[in-house]
Every structure is written in C-alpha cells, then in structure tokens.
Ligand binder design. Structure first.
Ligand SMILES: Nc1ncnc2c1ncn2[C@@H]1O[C@H](COP(=O)(O)OP(=O)(O)OP(=O)(O)O)[C@@H](O)[C@H]1O
Length: 422
C-alpha cells in the first residue's frame, strides 16, 4: 500500500475504515476496508449512480434487500448497503482471489479433478440463486471469487438487474461478451436461467483450455465464433431463433466434433459441455440437472476446496487483460442484401480444421508448438487450442459497408445503452 495516510484514515458510514483500492469494475470502484464493528475485512463497492442520479429507486432498494437475504456458501455475502455522498456503497465479504487469476496463472496446473471442483461450486451457487428466481446475467471468471479456504463464490449477483446491463463501453466489459448466450446476442428480451448455464459452459471450457473459449470481437463475431464451434443452428434445432429481434441469417457451417475442440476432456465432461451449450434455451440443461450429471460422480472426484491450487499474490491491473489474451480472428460478414445479411465463420480454415482434428496426442503437441504454448504441463495439465492455428491464412476482413455496420451495431448493442426495463 503506497499512500497509507490518505486512505487508511477514511471512515465511511461511521463503521468502515477504507484501505486500498482493489480495482474498478463495471459499476464503480472497489476498496478493501475494515468493518470496525466486527473486525472483519470487507470489500466495499462504490456504485456510480450515473443515470440513476436522482438516487436509487424503491425497486432497486427492494432488490438490494433481497440480495442481502441471499445467503449460501457459494454466493458472496452482501453484508451491508448504504448511501454515502450520493453514491451507493455495497459491502461484501472480502475474497482473496478470483477464477480468472487461477486460469491465467501459468504456474498453476489444474487437474481434471480441480476443474470439476471449480465447476461444481459455480453451479451450486447458480442453483441456489435460480431456485430463488434470481439470474446472474454477467457470469465470467472474474466474477467468481475465491476465498482463503479455496471456496468459490459468485459475485455481482443480481446487479445487472438492479442497475441495468453493464455499459459495454467500459474497456473491461468487452470480456463479458465471450460468455453471452446466443439468445442474448440475437436480442432476446425474454431470456431465463439458460443464459447463466451458457456462461457457466464457457467458463467450464475456459478451465479446460486455459484460455477464453469463444473470443468474439463484436456481437456479430461472437455469434460467428459460436457457430464455428457448434455448427450453425438449424431452425429445427432452435425453432424460436428466427423470431428473435436481432436475428440475422448466418451461412451454414457444420459442427466439428466436440472432442476435437477439447482433446483432454473426458467423455462425461464432453457430454455435460454439449448439454450446457445447447442452442435452444428451452432444451438447454438446467443448473440443477447439470449438477446431477454423472460427470460429478464419475472419477476423478472433485478436489476438496482447501486443496485447490491458488495463485500467489493476486491483483493485476485490469488494463493488462486485452493484450494477454490472443484474440481470435473474426468471421466474414458478407455484404448486404440487407434482409438476408449473412455472417459466416472462416469456412476454409474450418474445413481444414475438421480434417486435421482426427488427431492424436502427437497432433496436439504440434498445435501446442505452433501456438507457442508451454510444453511443461504434466499429463493432468489442461491444454489450450487456438482456433486460429487451424486456418493457414488470415480470414479476409469483413466486407460489410460502414452504414450497414453502424446500423447492425446499433441494433445489436442497443440493450447496452439503456438500463433494462425488466
Ligand atoms: N468481495 C471482494 N473481495 C475482494 N476483491 C474484490 C471483491 N469484489 C471485487 N473485488 C475486486 O475488485 C476489483 C473490481 O471488481 P468488480 O467486481 O467491480 O469488477 P470486475 O469483476 O473486475 O469487472 P466487472 O465489473 O466487469 O465484473 C476486482 O479486482 C475484483 O477482484
């Protein structure tokens, strides 16, 4: 802590002694603090009220009260909430690190049992909230906090509902897109718990690959990445898709075998993944069903939380993230006709991919070498495959013209510019 005198003595609401800033997220700055009433270390999130300048409305206050009552071993406890100098302060239990730090720490080897344990705790937290009819809507590894005994807890639960969908203009918010379900990307306004299941599946995939699985650079590109991985959905597979507000037709591409994307995963893991990544939210597995999947009872059993690997010191700058991840190439957006605009994943590269992926471990090692990945992981180490290595040449740039581009962007990003109505 560099400027101890300034921050150390700051007392908020006659109870909390604010310490250093831990970071800044979508809704505002988070600081470490001591609760003088209990002696407990806490994290205080100062919510910028922004559009809600007139104050937090009654509904928001009621929702916050509800969040305070959501108590579960896998949910971050909201200890207190109070207004201070025109900002709303939310006081949470303090957590040591988060899942993003675990995934990114290359000194950490994650065994299949560790991955199972992290996923199980994530799903347990979600199951508790879904039972209480609360959705998370912004699941991503940095919202999964990890305590000093290895316990994983979901953070930021319900905030999207209270304060509106996060404003994607914040740099760090681009990551949230990678975890968005296809129905959200197609503009669905009547989504349900399936959005959290999709996001949990992306996190499961990320634990296996040790890199974000579907790194779209725009909402259109995100759908392109999803379709490249699982095949373009046919209407029979997802009948409601064509009626979604922002539906655009994408060129059909077949799905490569799931095994080719996750060579190290067990059959049970792949089966669960495919059920969580089901396109139609109506047939997507629920969190409770996912928890009852045989993946969790077949060996290796989930590692006990206290025995899970944890990074040493945490807390890196939010700004380092973009450059850390190797962004994948975007899909090709074909020119109009407007109504039948099509977006297609990089087809050539992908066919090559499908051909190549009938592979052995030897092939996996080739890919590792091609991507410059470390070879030091042991047998249990998860691996990571970069889609882009399959295509030998970079895809052509999107040919969509700028007027159409801004129209499409407006359409697809609309919900981020307005607080949610629900
Ligand atoms: N309960 C907590 N205990 C310890 N650190 C926390 C806690 N909550 C948040 N932090 C840390 O504070 C910083 C900001 O967190 P915040 O949740 O506001 O944003 P974020 O998770 O980084 O991004 P986003 O808002 O996009 O989810 C992060 O470094 C986060 O790990």
């Amino acid at each position: 802590m560099s400027e101890v005198p300034n921050v150390f003595s700051k007392k908020v609401a006659d109870r909390y002694l604010k310490r250093e800033v831990l970071g800044e997220g979508t809704y505002g700055v988070v600081s470490k603090a001591i609760d003088t009433k209990t002696g407990q270390i806490v994290a205080i999130k100062k919510i910028r009220l922004g559009k809600h300048k007139e104050g937090v409305n009654f509904t928001a206050l009621r929702e916050i009260k509800l969040l305070k009552e959501l108590k579960d071993p896998h949910i971050i406890e909201l200890i207190d909430a109070f207004p201070h100098k025109g900002n709303l302060h939310l006081v949470f239990e303090f957590m040591e690190t988060d899942l993003e730090a675990v995934i990114r720490d290359r000194n950490i080897v994650l065994s299949l049992a560790d991955i199972k344990s992290f996923l199980q705790m994530t799903l347990k937290g979600l199951a508790f909230c879904h039972k209480k009819w609360v959705l998370h809507r912004d699941m991503k590894p940095n919202n999964l906090l990890i305590g000093d005994k290895g316990q994983l807890k979901l953070a930021d639960f319900g905030l999207a509902r209270i304060f509106g969908s996060p404003d994607r203009k914040f740099t760090h918010q681009v990551f949230a897109r990678w975890y968005r379900a296809p129905e959200l990307l197609f503009g669905s306004k009547q989504y349900g718990p399936g959005v959290d299941v999709w996001a949990a599946a992306c996190i499961f995939a990320e634990l296996l690959l040790r890199r974000p699985f579907l790194q779209g650079s725009s909402d259109i590109d995100q759908l392109g990445k999803i379709f490249a991985a699982f095949g373009t959905p046919k209407p029979a597979q997802w009948p409601d898709m064509v009626y979604l507000p922002d539906y655009v037709e994408y060129q059909f591409v077949p799905a490569p075998p799931l095994r080719s994307l996750f060579p190290m995963a067990s059959d049970d893991a792949l089966d669960l993944l495919s059920k969580m990544f089901t396109y139609d939210p109506k047939t997507r597995i629920s969190v409770q069903q996912a928890l009852e999947h045989r993946y969790f009872t077949s060996g290796p059993l989930p590692t006990e939380p206290a025995k899970l690997p944890r990074p040493h010191p945490k807390r890196e700058s939010l700004n380092t993230r973009v450059s850390d991840f190797n962004q994948q190439e975007g899909p090709t957006v074909l020119s109009p006709p407007r109504k039948s605009r099509r977006v297609m994943p990089q087809r050539d590269g992908f066919e090559e991919n499908a051909h190549q992926v009938e592979k052995s471990d030897e092939h996996v090692n080739d890919i590792r070498q091609a991507t410059g990945e470390r070879m030091s992981w042991n047998e249990h180490a998860p691996m990571s495959i970069d889609f882009s290595v399959f295509g030998s040449r970079p895809p052509p740039r999107p040919t969509i013209n700028s007027a159409d581009k801004s129209r499409l962007k407006r359409k697809l990003d609309l919900e981020f510019q307005q607080p949610d109505q629900d």
